[in-house]
Design a protein around this ligand. Structure first.
Ligand code: CA
Length: 389
């Protein structure tokens, strides 16, 4: 079996309204789907993390840098190909875009392996520890509106996401420490006592500001405080983890086993959030998962992007061993963005209908059991939303 082509599909559409997080506002949604074809007619699908123009640059890495390294090779040799690509690009980026590009290709090779074996990805890894995964809904994005309008909207949105059936919800921070505490209070009031809530700073604070906000989150019984400080600030992470009760989470901006080794050995995380579409694909995710569990750090995957990313994450969450084990073990969750996303809701020939499943089941989503990722993109949809740069 031979790889005959490696193609990127970069998709984009105008959002119905602008959304923001602590670093920027955005008005368009992008997705970057990778398609690997073979001489035996089997096609694998993957996805690369990275919005907007980042996706366009990543597509150039996929098609101009990685494709020539693997064309003609056996797609089942995915770990051999991973290391060939990584070793040949190491001098030009051990983190960031080369790894994001490699991730999409690696995921597609795992999809091919599953289709060749006639098995879902979770079976290739070792089986399903769970056949349904609880989902949390995030929303409560920033907008160009007053603090008072944010407060009112965050309270309403927290209640709405709870009523959709999600098992937890997550808000954005980023107006500044004093106003962010007001937003957190609105979310606690909107969601009600006892509902699991989390806050995501997208690394907008200094350590001192993060302590200020974190103490308020402690009082309001938030479950986790995500990316409080810059991903490079390993000591800030360690100090916050030692000094706050709320779980410190992060890792979506960390790459490969060597990056993860540093943050874990520094004891900076209560909960790890690896992004399979960025850190190096399924091959590298499995090594990072083992590293996290070797440090007794539970994992809740970071999930962003299209239905392809959701499917691969459902497969990985199914195959994640319990940590720690027990009669009532700690359970991971599926991250789900409740804002407008056609690439997740309409990309597939047979949509996953996450919202419908959550509503009907009391907050859980079934793991796809078809071969590979268990999902197939609709080619007419890919053509319709292609971003011709
Ligand atoms: Ca995040």
């Amino acid at each position: 079996m031979k790889i005959t082509s490696v193609k990127s599909h970069v998709l984009q559409y105008e959002l119905p309204e602008e959304l923001g997080y602590s670093q920027q506002y955005y008005a368009r949604r992008t997705a970057h789907i990778v398609e690997v074809s073979t001489d035996e007619g089997i096609t694998g699908w993957g996805e690369c993390f990275g919005p907007g123009a980042i996706a366009v640059a990543n597509a150039a890495i996929v098609e101009k840098v990685i494709a020539p390294m693997i064309l003609g090779a056996d797609p089942l040799d995915r770990d051999v190909l991973w290391h060939r690509v990584y070793n040949l690009t190491r001098d030009h980026g051990q983190k960031g875009m080369p790894l994001q590009a490699l991730s999409g290709v690696d995921i597609a090779l795992w999809d091919i392996a599953g289709k060749v074996a006639g098995l879902p990805l979770h079976k290739l890894i070792g089986g399903a520890h769970r056949t349904r995964v609880p989902a949390y809904g995030y929303g409560m994005m920033l907008k160009r509106e007053s603090v008072a309008d944010h407060v009112a909207r965050f309270a309403d949105e927290a209640a709405a996401i709870r009523d959709m059936g999600f098992v937890a919800t997550k808000m954005k921070l980023g107006l500044g420490p004093r106003d962010d505490i007001k937003l957190a209070r609105a979310v606690r009031d909107g969601a009600g006592d006892g509902f699991r809530i989390m806050a995501d700073a997208n690394h907008c604070y200094t350590t001192a500001d993060a302590f200020h906000v974190g103490r308020a989150l402690d009082e309001m019984e938030f479950y986790w405080f995500e990316e409080p400080v810059a991903p490079e600030d390993l000591d800030g992470y360690r100090e916050l983890r030692a000094g706050l009760r709320v779980n410190i989470s992060g890792g979506e901006a960390e790459f490969n086993r060597w990056g993860w080794r540093a943050i874990l050995e520094n004891r900076g995380l209560d909960i790890a959030q690896p992004e399979v579409c960025a850190l190096g694909g399924v091959s590298e995710y499995l090594r990072v998962l083992a590293l996290c569990h070797a440090h007794f750090t539970p994992v809740v995957n970071h999930v962003w992007g299209s239905a392809v990313a959701v499917a691969v994450n459902l497969q990985l969450l199914a195959a994640m061993p319990p940590l720690p084990g027990g009669l009532n073990p700690w359970e991971p969750m599926l991250e789900f963005d409740t804002t407008d996303n056609r690439f997740r809701d309409e990309l597939l020939a047979e949509p996953l209908d996450i919202q419908g499943q959550v509503k009907a089941s009391g907050g859980t989503v079934a793991v796809p059991d078809g071969p590979g990722l268990g999902v197939e993109p609709d080619r007419a949809f890919l053509a319709h939303y292609a971003w011709n740069t």
